[in-house]
Design a protein around this ligand. Structure first.
Ligand SMILES: [Zn+2]
Length: 417
């Protein structure tokens, strides 16, 4: 079984230090590469979908969270306030109130809605040290977050578009949702009291799931305190479920913060806030990717994408040239030199690298490479430029597999060298 904590250390992706503290992992260079690639994918997908990126501070006055409702409903998970002068400052438990402030920073017209604000930002949870570990139970979280401010009649379309983004991301990541959940309030005082609001928001989200044609289950007691959610669930190998992605409809915070826009008739109207996250936190998403793929990430996420293996010293020249060309195409590339061992040993050492380019005397003479794929497939020698172009195209397309399907179908016809 792939435990992300064990693999994370073995593959030098992340680690922790008791002096930094429990639940506060740091990212090592290879882990940072994976995370950076994921962040880039998200920012680019969001930009193309009409989101605007912002940055907001990870601290704020306690008052902000009193108004948002976090202090009343979520205080047990928040860090105690820090006194500074006459003020009380807290680490934020979520980004929502900050984005509400950005919305409110100037007058808004119906013409600029839906307004989609996105941020990959830090939030903090006061977890007890006994339950902390790896990347899944942490005290500092980097969230792939966004808030869409829009009129009620745009909510369903915005939530549907967010669901499409989630499903596209899962295809690129090679991740399979185990279930879609409609998270509803349960008994207790955890939820804001407004039965009509809940009914309307639940109806909207249910219609989004139904029009997407995905089967879903209802889960009482799993809603946010301010509104219901669609949660996309993933499972680890032991079958333990966790929510990775979420779409939430919120009538509460816009009212709490007095948000409004000016409608076509000049009257002030209240927007709805749609909270959504495509992959949740960087920590949980990458923990899941490590476990699902056993460290063999989709090529676009792999810390090293291509290893070049000259068979002997004589091919070091062409190997160096290929390395330069690959780096010029933006590939993360390394040369595994002959002194590191036999070709077999070097191939085993590079078992998680999606593409291995072997250059022997005949390939060097012909300007070719013999590509080996991580899954053991061997392709015919081909011109080096052609091989790099194919690899770069698959990576640019965020293809979850290592090669195109038609190549896979030709597998039986490829010579086994
Ligand atoms: Zn939010």
């Amino acid at each position: 079984m792939n435990d992300h904590r064990k693999l994370g250390r073995e593959l030098s992706l992340f680690d922790t230090d008791p002096l930094i503290g429990a639940g506060l992992p740091y990212w090592l260079p290879d882990g940072a590469v994976v995370r950076h690639a994921l962040e880039e994918y998200l920012r680019s997908a969001e930009s193309r979908a009409g989101y605007q990126h912002v940055y907001s501070p990870v601290l704020a006055k306690k008052e902000l969270y009193e108004i948002s409702g976090h202090w009343a409903h979520y205080r047990d998970d928040m860090y105690p306030p820090m006194r500074l002068g006459g003020e009380q400052i807290v680490l934020r438990p979520s980004l929502c109130p900050h984005h509400a402030m950005i919305y409110r920073s100037r007058g808004r017209s119906y013409r600029e809605l839906p307004l989609r604000l996105a941020e990959l930002g830090g939030m903090y949870r006061a977890e007890l040290s006994g339950v902390l570990g790896g990347l899944t139970r942490v005290r500092a979280i980097q969230l792939n977050d966004a808030h869409i401010f829009c009129p009620l009649d745009q909510v369903a379309a915005e939530a549907s578009a967010a669901l499409d983004m989630i499903r596209a991301a899962y295809r690129a990541l090679g991740v399979r949702p185990v279930s879609y959940r409609l998270s509803l309030p349960g008994p207790g005082e955890k939820y804001v009291e407004d039965p009509q609001m809940w009914e309307r928001a639940v109806g909207l989200l249910a219609s989004v799931l139904e029009s997407a044609g995905v089967p879903y289950e209802e889960a009482a007691g799993e809603a946010a305190f301010y509104g219901p959610k669609i949660d996309v669930q993933v499972a680890d190998e032991a079958g333990r479920e966790a929510s990775m992605s979420t779409i939430q409809v919120d009538f509460y915070m816009p009212a709490q913060f007095g948000l409004y826009y000016v409608g076509p008739d000049g009257a002030r109207r209240r927007p709805v806030m749609v909270h959504r996250s495509i992959v949740g936190s960087m920590e949980r998403a990458i923990a899941h990717l490590i476990e699902v793929h056993g460290g063999a990430f989709p090529p676009w996420l792999a810390p090293v994408q291509l290893v070049i293996m000259p068979v002997s010293e004589a091919e070091l020249g062409p190997a160096g040239e290929l390395r330069q060309q690959a780096a010029g195409r933006g590939l993360r590339v390394q040369v595994s030199r002959p002194e590191r061992g036999s070709l077999g040993a070097r191939i085993r050492a590079a078992r998680l690298v999606p593409y291995q380019a072997v250059i022997g005397p005949s390939e060097a003479a012909a300007g070719q490479v013999a590509l080996r794929l991580r899954d053991g497939r061997r392709l015919d020698p081909r011109p080096a430029g052609d091989a790099l172009a194919r690899i770069a195209a698959l990576i640019d397309a965020h293809h979850a597999g290592v090669w195109e399907e038609e190549i896979e179908q030709q597998r039986g016809r490829l010579p086994v060298s």
